[in-house]
Design a protein around this ligand. Structure first.
Ligand SMILES: N[C@@H](CCC(=O)N[C@@H](CS)C(=O)NCC(=O)O)C(=O)O
Length: 209
């Protein structure tokens, strides 16, 4: 088994944090996606979506998508699963995971890709394109994520964790979602409960990347 990733890439970091929190050890090979290594063979065939991270199994099968990789490792290797242990726990964790991903991460991902100069010419992950960066996508992404954070703020009142009573994959996804408020210079004054939770998560050893 080998994980292909790139240290500075947020989606790669999500898996690295998962590995650190669970203590699962997987050999890692870095691909520099800023130098387009993902478009060269054999990597372009291994993951035709041209993104990291992706996990190569011993039989040659390839699993891409950061959360899918974490879920696979959780089901096959984790002593203390981060996706929940009972059907009810897994449902609660998955509910918050999907909310964080769909209502927060995706809108902010597109805001970042359309805002940060480094992503000019690469507004869609895993592509090189002449699609221009659109300021309207930045504004709308921030507006959509703010609606999610308003809802999450109420949920986090008196809570230390996004789901269950312990760290789960929902905290990892939530952390990387909320972290995008920083490069986008979003006003976070309305979200003190999220800020408290975010500070505590950021201080965990596994998150020192
Ligand atoms: N949905 C994918 C997204 C992966 C992704 O966007 N990876 C970025 C790094 S954070 C990448 O490899 N980008 C290469 C590129 O845009 O060319 C996942 O969760 O793994």
């Amino acid at each position: 088994m080998k994980l292909y990733d790139f240290g500075p890439a947020a989606n790669a970091q999500r898996v690295r944090v998962y590995l650190a929190e669970t203590g699962i050890d997987v050999p890692i090979q870095e691909l520099n996606v800023r130098e387009d290594h993902q478009f060269a063979e054999p990597y372009t065939s291994m993951n035709p979506f041209h993104c990291v991270p992706f996990l190569e199994l011993d039989d040659g099968a390839v699993i891409a998508e950061s959360i899918t990789i974490c879920r696979y490792l959780d089901e096959t290797r984790a002593d203390a699963p981060l996706f929940g242990t009972t059907p009810e726990e897994r449902a609660e964790v998955d509910m918050w995971l999907r909310r964080a991903e769909l209502d927060g991460f995706i809108p902010l991902l597109h805001a970042v890709r359309n805002h940060v100069p480094m992503f000019a010419g690469r507004v869609v992950p895993g592509t090189r394109t002449d699609l221009p960066q659109l300021p309207k996508m930045v504004r709308r992404g921030k507006e959509m994520a703010a609606i999610f954070f308003d809802r999450m703020e109420r949920h986090m009142q008196g809570r230390d964790w996004v789901a269950l009573d312990r760290l789960t994959i929902a905290d990892i996804s939530g952390y990387f979602t909320y972290r995008m408020t920083r490069p986008l210079e979003m006003d976070t004054a309305a979200w003190p409960n999220i800020e408290r939770w975010f500070g505590a998560i950021a201080a965990r050893p596994a998150f020192q990347l």
